[in-house]
Design a protein around this ligand. Sequence first.
Ligand code: ADP
Ligand code: MG
Length: 377
Amino acid sequence: MSRACQPEFGVSRPYDPQVTITPSRSVGRLSLVTQRSGDLLGGDLAIDLGTANTLVYARGRGILLDEPSVVAVDTKTNTVVAVGAEAKRMIGRTPGHIAAVRPLRDGVVADYDVTAEMLRHFVRKVLRRRGAFTGPRIVICVPSGITSVEQRAVSETAYAAGARKVHIISEPMAAAIGAGLPVNQPSGSMVVDIGGGTTEVAVLALGGIVASTSLRVAGNALDQAIVEHVRGEFSLLIGERTAEELKISCGSAFPVAGPKKAEIRGRDVGSGLPRNVTVSGDELRKAMDAPIARIVAAVRSTLDRCPPELAGDLVSRGIVLTGGGALLRGLDARLQHEIGVPVLVADRPLDSVVLGTATVVEHFEQLQKVVVDGHRR
Ligand code: ADP
Ligand code: MG
């Protein structure tokens, strides 16, 4: 899936400061080059706990982990059998008593225990690579629409994973910083982060969020729309992984160049036997239209709620797309066509949130005001 397109950021990749954080990404005047001085957050981690993928950045070392947010649980014994990439391979192929779960389905901690277990596993994996285990400070990002109870659950999972201190940052803020937007300046910036479970739309200025919308419609909803289309049109059952592959290989949000069709294999609704069908890019676009229209509507309504001076900045600067969903072919063109404002895709949309969170870890003093520390221990 998405990671296959970006193997260079996998966990096996050796640390390279030039690649993991590049000087070209900057927050106002703050360079993202690693600074080791003032060891406020020594051994600290920045975590993008996404609905689809979790990324962990270690201070001074770069992105050390990038794995699907999936856990395989043995329902007979109630124990975790696999986490991350290994667990994702089990989706749709597990024997009856092994369930592959996405504990953050809609951007919130749907299953606290499983999320905590997953986070603990990822944090241990990263810290083992460092050698010593001392409780790190963790800056972790959460969707902007999250309730205080949900925020507390995220914070608790990070403490349960071994953190000494947890700081929370809102996801659209992290995405904007990671995409290099000047969030600390008075002029407005708009970021649209489209993940697996949630789309976060936000207008930012002077280190704060001026207007935002958090929508529980994103990549997974597009996959689901494809599953339903294939079942309705071809009487064929396909899994969400096949639908996602189809979306990535020939899906689009606007008529743009790209592969025109793809052959997929599923199970016939009537006979139960495997069968192949060819699906065209045009019909995939139509199938995904309803969830895409909801994303467009969320962008429009956030713009409507934004003060006129800032709206003017956005028209000249443009809207920046981050998250894996930003890679959907033609989504930028579609938004630009419908909203009438320039739309750009961030350089590394799948990494924007973790890079932004990492910037907060590296420049904690200067960026402290973007941290929304709700809950203290
Ligand atoms: P999250 O932050 O919720 O973990 P991500 O930002 O990692 O989500 O994005 C994951 C979503 O992006 C998935 O729904 C995935 O299908 C989608 N995605 C990844 N690559 C592409 C692509 N090339 N085209 C369309 N969608 C993509
Ligand atoms: Mg995300």
